[in-house]
Design a protein around this ligand. Structure first.
Ligand code: ATP
Ligand code: MG
Ligand code: FE
Length: 353
């Protein structure tokens, strides 16, 4: 059986086709369009522009996925779509498209969780996840530690939040720091590149929530807004003194503060909870330094680490098809005719009724 996945929660319009197998879903082909260029001059995603761009790209991207897979619509057995979390108007475009395809082709529609999608992306590359696994989900809107028990959504707690950010997400911090350095949007890829020429130890930026008291009260939570403010104050100080801003050093030092905390808390949580497999997912998982430090620290702690290739870390339709394959194989009930987008869909809801 073949599942078409549709993604439109933020500024990427994605469609992907996967085959359901006895093991992990098999990626057959996918296509992607991004409106990020249109948001660049605003320093962040403008919801109305994103929604319009989804509307303009959707049918062509779905056709692109069929072309990439060498399939026709008659080959599709189910449609999966991101039902949340995300931007309300953007989600609506994908959900409306999925319902239209479902009705036209007479196949079931599964409204699924975007965050489960980020984690499921890894199964397309590395096979089924052992359960339980610990996921570090790091994206533009989320920074969470998740216990993954069933990507098919079965049971009372298929995905459980272990920790979360108390303020900014890691990707949001990258985007805000890039904006204050005048590097444009999205900030993650540019800072990743600039940091390669900088000294990560040049500026001792703060490590959020890693003090002795914080590690007692919120051992698996994150905070990145203080770090972003520290970068802003540092840059302001240099400018006020008429000194040049060493952009590469600022990027490298900021990035080191982010990935140090992310990897440190992840390894600690996995060890405390006795979970042997860590998967890093979401757009920030494309980060070179995060991947390297996670590999180093997981190896040192005897944990097995999985990270999807960068192209599957950022938003795409294949990851949504992957969740669709898991819920369909688990015997999940298709979503009803009133399926809509839920901007605040909790991560514990893998499949929306
Ligand atoms: P969410 O998944 O929480 O709804 P989103 O879908 O907007 O948010 P993703 O597409 O998963 O987020 O990730 C986008 C984020 O990833 C942006 O903040 C971007 O700056 C960041 N990002 C992308 N590539 C990199 C990189 N190489 N290094 C660091 N951050 C990166
Ligand atoms: Mg994006
Ligand atoms: Fe995302």
């Amino acid at each position: 059986a073949v599942v078409l996945g549709i993604e439109s929660s933020c500024d990427e319009t994605g469609a992907g086709l996967v085959r359901i197998t006895d093991g992990a879903p098999e990626l057959l082909g996918h296509a992607l369009a991004s409106s990020s260029d249109q948001h660049a001059r605003f320093g962040g995603v403008v919801p109305e522009i994103a929604s319009r761009a989804h509307l303009e790209s959707m049918t062509g991207i779905v056709r692109g996925a069929f072309d990439a897979a060498g399939l026709r619509h008659a080959d599709v057995d189910a449609v999966a779509v991101t039902a949340g979390p995300g931007l309300a108007g953007a989600l609506l475009v994908g959900v409306a498209a999925a319902k239209a395809y479902g009705a036209a082709w007479r196949v079931p529609v599964f409204g699924v969780n975007h965050l489960a999608g980020h984690v499921a992306a890894d199964t397309l590359e590395h096979g089924e996840l052992p359960t339980p696994s610990l996921a570090l989900l790091v994206s533009g809107g989320h920074t969470q530690l998740l216990r993954i028990d069933d990507l098919g959504g079965r049971g009372p707690a298929p995905i459980t939040e272990i920790g979360t950010t108390l303020d900014d997400a890691a990707g949001e911090a990258y985007d805000k720091v890039a904006r204050l350095l005048g590097l444009g949007y999205p900030g993650g890829p540019v800072i990743d590149r600039m940091a390669a020429d900088g000294d990560p130890a040049a500026i001792p930026f703060p490590r959020g929530l890693t003090g002795p008291r914080d590690l007692r009260d919120s051992p698996y939570d994150f905070s990145f807004s203080g770090l972003k403010t520290a970068v802003a104050r540092h840059v302001e100080g240099l400018l006020a003194a008429g000194r040049p801003v060493p952009v590469a050093d600022v990027c490298a030092s900021f990035q080191e503060a982010v990935v140090d905390v992310l990897t440190g808390k992840t390894v600690r949580a996995a060890t405390d909870l006795g979970i042997g497999t860590v998967v890093v997912a979401g757009g920030v998982a494309a980060n070179g330094r995060l991947r390297a430090l996670a590999a180093q620290r997981c190896a040192a702690a005897g944990l097995s680490l999985r990270v999807p290739r960068p192209g599957l870390c950022t938003d795409n339709g294949a990851m949504i098809a992957a969740v669709g394959a898991h819920v369909a194989r688990a015997g999940g009930a298709p979503s009803g005719p009133y399926l809509g987008g839920d901007p605040a869909l909790p991560v514990s809801t893998v499949l929306v009724a």
